[in-house]
Ligand binder design. Structure first.
Ligand code: 13P
Length: 262
């Protein structure tokens, strides 16, 4: 189902009190504002705060407001010191999990094959994977960005059945736009999102492609959210820095809602 999603990736930031306060503030905002039915909000707090954040979401907001992990492992349980299984995330009330963020690919050498395993496991567990993809600056400058991102999808996702693929969310995050203050232009985002949708249509079918939620991430903030979200193939954002403050994050949620009613 093609939702519009505003998701916050908190990365390795905030202390426990700040995490609870931020969750509370977003929850309050959602209690006071009725969003269009297809809009969802997600937060991805650091692992130690996840369970606590889940508990600060009021029942009324459960259908709209979800919590997700930033990463998980490929196994259910066992001698894997330091790892977290998708089952554990599900057990504490998570709905989503980020897979293949560029920071995990870069600092933890996560390969296409490993990410494919993770996605499969997450789907088996019944969580929604938000699969991150994106190219580095040199690849963009060489003009091979569509081929590069296409390969990331092909290598990690295209072994999935139609049914499984229809359950995933994709986040296109150009690496050169993450945390840099440089955002992809609305046209650059739209072009990539349309190219990915076409690739999905070729691999699966048009219906699946039309129903895939594709988020944009990379220096998305209140000042540029409207121009990005109003692109035909951009279904919302995966927000880093601007998701750490309730004011900017809720403003972005409001912009998403407004784009739909415009
Ligand atoms: P910024 O919004 O801080 O650029 O981060 C984007 C991101 O990596 C979200 O996953």
């Amino acid at each position: 189902m093609r939702y519009k999603i505003v998701a916050g990736n908190w990365k390795m930031n905030l202390n426990q009190n700040e995490a609870i306060q931020l969750t509370n503030d977003i929850n309050q905002y959602l209690s006071n504002n009725n969003l269009p039915k297809q809009v969802k909000v997600a937060i991805h707090p650091p692992l130690p705060y996840l369970a606590n954040c889940v508990n600060y979401i009021s029942e009324k907001n459960n259908a709209v407001f979800g919590v997700g992990g930033q990463n998980c492992y490929t196994q259910t349980s066992g001698a894997y010191t330091g790892e977290t299984s998708p089952e554990m995330l599900k057990d504490i009330g998570c709905q989503y999990v980020l897979i293949g963020h560029s920071e995990r690919r870069k600092y933890f050498n996560e390969s296409h094959a490993f990410l494919a395993e993770k996605v499969k496991k997450v789907l088996e567990t019944g969580l929604t994977p938000i699969f991150c993809c994106g190219e580095q600056l040199d690849i963009r400058e060489a003009g091979t960005h569509e081929a590069h991102v296409g390969a990331q999808l092909r290598e990690s996702l295209f072994d999935l059945s139609k049914e499984d693929f229809s359950k995933i969310i994709i986040a296109y995050e150009p690496v050169w736009a993450i945390g840099t203050g440089v955002t992809a232009s609305p046209e650059q985002a739209q072009d990539m999102h349309a190219a990915l949708r076409q690739l999905i249509a070729n691999q699966y079918d048009k219906d699946i492609a039309e129903n895939t939620t594709i988020l944009y991430g990379g220096s998305c903030k209140p000042a540029n959210a409207a121009s990005l979200f109003s692109q035909a193939d951009v279904d919302g954002g995966l927000i880093g820095g601007a998701s750490l403050k309730a004011e900017s994050f809720t403003e972005i949620i409001g912009i998403m809602a407004k784009c739909l009613s415009a």
